[in-house]
Design a protein around this ligand. Structure first.
Ligand code: ATP
Ligand code: MG
Length: 475
């Protein structure tokens, strides 16, 4: 499930249609280099009640598709940068159940036939007959729904970590997703660095479930929660009698994760003596259980996570440099939420949808005023804090729409950054101008000369425009 507000365009600098309702509309991605054709298809689909995303070539389309919101792809065949056949191949590789409809112009019929062989749902010839087009789209989505229903049989876990459930439209997160897609299939170690609550565990899971190891175990070790005494036995297991209390032999997490992925969370907390053993497993893929002398071989991919930059721990001498380099083959930095505010409205609506489902509620969304506060807040607990805030305001108030007074005091009273303004798409320009004027005047504490300078107009114009507004600093 995924939702997004009416007010925020898709990130990444790519032209994106907005999701105008909460997650219940199907999203169709159109890849078409001819803007006239693209726009007219988009218009047609919108009239039929679909959401649309428009990309000018295959490459743009693919990066939109990677964000995981798309239900159906419609692509032209001949396009610059990446053509329709390549796009089809990529879409089928990433998510085979997604249907792709191909548009063929005169002279590309052979390519269209090739596309059908590669798994395209159907092809439509230009000039496009709107009735035929709508029918094909409907049929493709119908098939898609059936496939998705069957897919429910698949493990819930896998679904949870599907990219569809990781929200991120900011340029920074889109880059992270691209990196993950890229590196997931390989066995290289991954080090994820990010503040608490930025989604490290979610990303670790996503990597595993997009790797060939997906069907094998994903085993997590919270290194910080294990005392020095037991971490080795947790990781490597022990033989009966290895220490007082070892009444039976036991497999460690390394053995449990064989052929799968081992997630070392809070890796900076691994004590130095264990770091050496860890290094050996990483280098040679083997170890012994505590109190045992049989060498055990394992095939494991390691994903490690840390709240802080491990380089510092290396400098301080608390973390082995050689181990650091072994873990840090692929480095993923998850930016704090305040550095990707574009994601906030999408995340907020995603969580509303999530808790609507969980608790059988029907919260419709967030008022624009409340959203402005949410976007402007500091979110030191990052996504987890945002999620908790949404959940608690829903559970405590059961609101129809979450408004300012449903938010916790610290968010209500947090001063939104004066330099930021959030404007609903479709706001009449006159209103936009008024808002910008008011906020700029507020930011300059009513200093009209300064405001005029910032806005690139002269003071007289400000005076004139203000006539209908009154004293904005008292608003
Ligand atoms: N991009 C995202 N989209 C949807 N949900 C997210 C996203 N990022 C984080 N979350 C949710 O926020 C919560 C915290 O995420 P997670 O546990 O992965 O963070 P973390 O970085 O491991 O935190 P910590 O360092 O405290 O362990 C989870 O409920 C997770 O599902
Ligand atoms: Mg975590």
């Amino acid at each position: 499930m995924h939702g997004s507000p009416e007010s925020h365009p898709a990130g990444g600098g790519i032209q994106g249609e907005l999701r105008t309702s909460m997650a219940d509309k199907q999203v169709i991605l159109i890849a078409e280099d001819d803007p006239n054709v693209g726009e007219s298809l988009r218009h047609l689909l919108k009239k039929k009640g679909y959401e649309t995303l428009l990309a000018a070539n295959g490459k743009e389309a693919l990066s939109l598709f990677r964000q995981g919101m798309v239900d159906l792809v419609i692509t032209d065949l001949v396009m610059p940068k990446m053509d329709g056949i390549e796009l089809l191949g990529a879409v089928k590789a990433l998510r085979p159940e997604t249907e792709v409809i191909v548009i063929s112009a005169q002279g590309t019929i052979e390519k269209a036939v090739q596309a059908m062989k590669l798994g395209a749902f159907d092809f439509i010839e230009k000039p496009i007959n709107p009735r035929v087009f709508s029918l094909v789209v409907e049929r493709a989505l119908e098939k898609q729904t059936l496939v998705l229903q069957n897919r429910d049989l698949r493990s819930k876990l896998e679904d949870k970590f599907h990219f569809k459930n990781i929200v991120g439209r900011s340029e920074k997160m889109v880059k992270v997703f691209e990196l993950i897609r890229h590196i997931a299939p390989y066995d290289s170690s991954v080090l994820i660095i990010g503040e608490s609550g930025t989604g490290k565990e979610l990303i670790a899971n996503a990597i595993h479930f997009h790797s060939p190891r997906a069907a094998m175990p994903f085993i997590k070790v919270s290194c910080a929660s294990l005392s020095e005494g037991i971490i080795e036995s947790e990781l490597f297991g022990h033989e009966k009698g290895a220490f007082t209390g070892a009444i039976t032999s036991r497999k460690g997490r390394f053995e449990l994760a064989h052929n799968g992925t081992l997630f070392l969370d809070e890796v900076e907390d691994i004590p130095p003596s264990t770091q050496i053993k860890l290094l050996r497993v990483l280098q040679e893929g083997e170890f012994e259980r505590a109190g045992g002398n049989k060498t055990i071989k394992v095939n494991i991919r390691i994903i490690a996570a840390s709240n802080r930059d491990l380089q510092e721990a290396v400098k301080n001498g608390t973390f082995r440099e050689d181990l650091y380099y072994r873990l840090n083959v692929v480095n993923i930095k998850l930016p704090p939420l305040k550095d990707r505010r574009d994601d906030i409205p999408f995340l907020a609506n995603f969580f509303i949808e999530k808790y609507n489902q969980k608790y059988g509620m029907k919260v419709e969304g967030i008022s624009q005023r409340a959203m402005n506060h949410i976007i402007g807040y500091q979110w030191s607990g990052n996504v987890r804090e945002l999620e908790n805030t949404i959940e608690s305001s829903m559970v405590i108030n059961s609101p129809k729409v979450i408004d300012i007074h449903h938010l916790p005091l610290e968010i209500r009273e947090f001063k939104t950054r004066p330099e930021m303004l959030s404007i609903k798409i479709g706001t009449p320009l006159e209103e936009v101008e008024r808002d910008v004027l008011i906020q700029t005047l507020k930011a300059t504490r009513g200093n009209k000369r300064k405001a005029a300078q910032l806005l690139g107009i002269n003071v007289r114009t400000i005076h004139r425009k203000m006539e209908g507004i009154g004293d904005p600093t008292s608003v």
